[in-house]
Design a protein around this ligand. Structure first.
Ligand SMILES: [Zn+2]
Ligand SMILES: [Zn+2]
Length: 831
């Protein structure tokens, strides 16, 4: 069974009840989660139940050796991850025989994380698990928990190989959340080919964070990188300092602490318990609110778009000349001030009569009542001068005690605004927020709702704002709310039949228990062919009793379940020799080429050197003010069309292709403004990839008609390809870097105008297949994304792609709309 419902809808309770019951009945339970951190959280929850018969334990890379024997022999609720199952539990199944014999239930939690190539590996690991259970005579129930997705039952069946019942209705009570979709304006800046540049999502996020904190709305801003999160926090702090300054007419400023720092680092920088304690008993008065975006006549001198402080030296105090006066009880703002009067607190000398003290008081109190509902308690009272210190940045990797400290600060209100990477998805409980800002589409609806779900305390109403980045998917979403609020269209996609995934797991399975003919259906329809190949390669030996692993090395080493196959490139910090991670070789060309800005757990690094021969990328911590995008040129040839059907006057295909890709340069774009800083050439060898693709063609007659109307057909196909790559993630849980495309006015293999979109992983990952299955919806959304962008001739929000190896040339925006209309008008007429 799969339960696919929203965040905090009670999924844990739904699987815990039968799971714990199984343990009380003498059975055992295996709980799988993608990360160790989640398993640790679950274990804490289980122990809090205080049921003596429940012997729960984690079994992962951190479990001490002496504990492992106890877990195998005595635990009846084992929490682990797919990696551990693959490398340790399944190969040593004999040591787990009493556990497997009594296994009643397998809980697969957060299973929406099992997508693409990683998901395909997990699917095969679960098949191996089923076979081992059968060996010990058990047939456990598989209970899966997932975020909302399209067709969860079909996904669960692909993941487990079992028939699945689905539970999708969510009856949990929730306060209403207002979701705002926010599109930043086009600016006067010009990018590639003179295209207009949209204001960045991070710049807009900083404005909104400032406004919300001024309105005393506790706000969390999600930003992709740690550097981006810090920039948002710094910008908002500077704006708040400016606001306080202009309202006070007297120098005040924030402290120089810039981020929530871990205790192990620099505890002195913690803005949580610094010297800005609020004097006890200080009265609180109505708080100013953000100006309405649509009321330019609002006269509160708040952060506004044209009021941007310079951030030339972001680690410095933005007003180094100002000092923060120490809080004292000598303030002139009277306790018990009437509504409509601002209380300055101690640090601002106010010498005018109360009624005139703040000229904006009227409009302030109005805007409070009109706009954001503000609830202020005594404990939240703050001085204007303190406001900058109430914004912090947070990132992954903090110790548990730092996280608890942060939770406390958020709950008490000593932090009102927090900018973070998605690190919060792991292990911090930040209940009690009023608003969430999401800078850029977080990739999936599951992530969006997870992040938006952070807002709303005690069933109160909440606000979530999705701020669009300049890419076609974000553009489409802010113009088409029904794609977010209607039935989910994004499915969790994987391809367990990928031979590059299946082969290593067949070897591992044979090493566990020799494979017999009876096992073949468990591993899918392509198994006989893949087995033949493995025998030819000398990896497996065929005997009358079945297929055997007879080699000395460990079969499980053949499968790199978190990687994309191929010898990985190690990413090493040059100063310390620390291994940060690994990237599979084809991806290395695009993500860790020399000069690339590399993000690792929200931290920013600059790649000093990519040495393909040594299999190493040397990186150094850096704070560049730009991002990089690798650009490649691609050729594609069709090996086999596996499925096809008519699409309007053209036809649609899904099949096997060979892609030759060469990264030729990289684009640098300024982080804050999105401006183009240049295109740097790279010297990397071409890579060949056998994978799967979806492609469509148009017959020559239709093409001739469009040409007569004056459209540049190459440019039109190219523009449609870029936008289609941008929109596929709406239907398949991939991101635009997992897929690639090729378009041509005349392709050698089809003899026609053809647009290809292919999976960027060896053997395919299921993304192109999903595009084939949902082609009409996908191409309709592509057409809409192009048409909804207000630019004249194309920009990064619609048809320009930052990874285009041809420098976004040629592109024909109107031509692309007509091309897609031709394909789709007839398609809908025909169906
Ligand atoms: Zn545009
Ligand atoms: Zn291109």
């Amino acid at each position: 069974m799969i339960i696919s419902t929203g965040t905090a809808s009670g999924k844990s309770l739904a699987y815990l009840t039968p799971a714990v019951t199984s343990c009380l009945d003498g059975g055992t339970v295996l709980y799988l989660t993608p990360t160790k951190a989640l398993a640790a959280d679950q274990l804490r929850g289980l122990r809090e139940l205080r049921i003596t018969q429940l012997r729960a334990a984690c079994f992962d890379g951190d479990t001490p050796f002496e504990e492992r024997t106890w877990v195998r022999q005595h635990a009846n609720y084992v929490l682990t991850n797919p990696d551990m199952l693959h490398r340790s539990i399944l190969p040593r199944h004999a040591q787990w025989s009493s556990f497997f014999r009594r296994l009643r239930m397998v809980v697969v939690d957060e299973c929406h994380g099992y997508r693409g190539v990683f998901g395909s590996h997990v699917a095969q690991i679960l098949r191996r698990l089923r076979r081992v259970c059968a060996r010990y005579g058990s047939q456990p129930v598989f209970l899966l928990a997932s975020a909302t997705a399209s067709e969860p039952g079909a996904f669960a069946m692909r993941l487990t190989g079992l028939e699945m019942a689905e539970v999708t209705s969510d009856g949990s009570p929730k306060g209403a959340t207002t979701i705002a979709l926010w599109e930043p304006p086009l600016t006067e800046l010009r990018g590639e080919r003179g295209a207009p540049v949209r204001r960045t999502a991070t710049a807009e996020a900083a404005d909104l964070l400032t406004d919300l904190v001024l309105a005393k709305v506790r706000t969390l801003a999600f930003v992709r990188s740690r550097r981006g999160a810090e920039t948002v926090a710094l910008t908002a702090r500077a704006k708040l300092a400016d606001v306080a300054f202009s309202l006070a007419g007297t120098p005040i400023g924030g402290s120089s602490s810039t981020a929530f720092a871990p205790a192990g680092g620099n505890p002195g920088a913690l803005p949580l318990s610094g010297g800005h304690a609020i004097p006890p008993g200080r009265d609180i008065s109505p708080l100013p609110s953000a100006p309405h975006p649509g009321s330019p006549d609002h006269d509160v001198p708040m952060a506004s778009r044209d009021h941007r402080p310079s951030l030339s030296s972001p680690t410095q105090d933005t007003h180094p000349a100002f000092s923060t006066p120490p809080p004292s009880d000598q303030g002139t703002a009277p306790p018990g001030a009437d509504q409509g009067t601002l209380s300055w607190g101690a640090s601002v000398p106010v010498s005018v009569p109360e009624s005139e003290s703040v000229p904006v008081s009227e409009s302030v109190s109005e805007s409070v009542s009109e706009s954001v509902p503000v609830s202020v308690s005594e404990s939240e009272s703050a001085d204007w001068a303190d406001l900058p210190d109430r914004i912090a940045a947070y990132r992954a990797g903090y110790l548990a005690e730092d996280r608890r400290l942060l939770e406390k600060a958020l709950r008490s209100g000593s932090i009102m605004g927090l900018a973070t990477t998605n690190a919060l998805e792991l292990g911090v409980d930040v209940s009690g927020l009023d608003a969430v800002l999401i800078a850029g589409w977080p990739g999936t609806r599951a992530s969006l709702w997870q992040q938006a779900g952070r807002a709303g305390r005690d069933g109160q109403e909440a606000l979530a704002v999705l701020i669009a980045r300049d890419d076609p998917l974000d553009t489409y979403l802010v113009h088409h709310p029904q794609a977010l609020f209607g039935q989910p269209v994004e499915a969790i996609v994987l391809d367990p039949d990928n031979p590059y995934v299946l082969g290593p797991h067949l070897c591992a399975a044979a090493a566990e228990i020799p494979l017999t003919d009876a096992d073949l259906p468990v591993f899918g329809p392509t198994t006989p062919n893949v087995l033949d190949d493995l025998v030819t390669e000398g990896l497996l030996r065929k005997r009358p009793a079945g297929w055997f692993w007879t080699r000395r090395e460990r079969a499980t080493d053949l499968a790199d379940i978190r990687g994309g196959g191929g010898a990985p490139i190690q990413v090493v910090e040059s100063a310390t020799g620390r291994l940060l991670g690994s990237v599979d070789e084809p991806s290395a060309h695009t993500t860790v080429h020399t000069g690339a800005v590399y993000l690792h757990q929200g931290e920013t690094y600059l790649v000093e050197l990519l040495d393909l021969e040594a299999g190493v990328a040397l990186v150094g911590g850096a704070e560049p003010d730009y991002t990089t995008f690798a650009r490649d040129v691609t050729e594609i040839s069709v090996l086999a069309s596996l499925r096809s059907h008519d699409l309007g006057p053209g036809s649609l295909h899904f099949g096997e292709v060979e892609v030759t890709r060469q990264v030729v340069s990289y684009l640098k774009r300024r982080l804050q403004s999105g401006e183009m800083l240049g295109d740097e050439p790279l010297d990397l060898p071409p890579r060949t990839l056998r994978t799967r693709a979806v492609w469509w063609t148009l017959p020559a007659s239709e093409v001739a008609t469009l040409a007569e109307e004056g459209f540049d057909l190459g440019g039109a196909a190219h523009a449609a390809e870029h936008a289609a790559i941008g929109l596929l993630p709406l239907f398949a849980t991939c991101d635009r870097w997992d897929i690639g495309g090729v378009s041509t006015e005349l392709h050698a293999d089809t003899g026609l105008l053809t647009v290809f979109v292919y999976d960027g992983h060896e053997g395919g990952a299921g993304f192109a297949e999903r595009g084939y299955a949902r082609a009409t919806d996908w191409l309709t959304a592509t057409r809409e994304a192009i048409a909804s962008c207000e630019c004249e001739r194309g920009c990064p929000s619609c048809i320009q792609s930052p990874k285009c190896g041809n420098g976004n040339e040629p592109l024909d925006k109107r031509g692309a709309i007509h091309l897609l209309d031709t394909l789709l008008r007839s398609a809908s007429a025909a169906s």
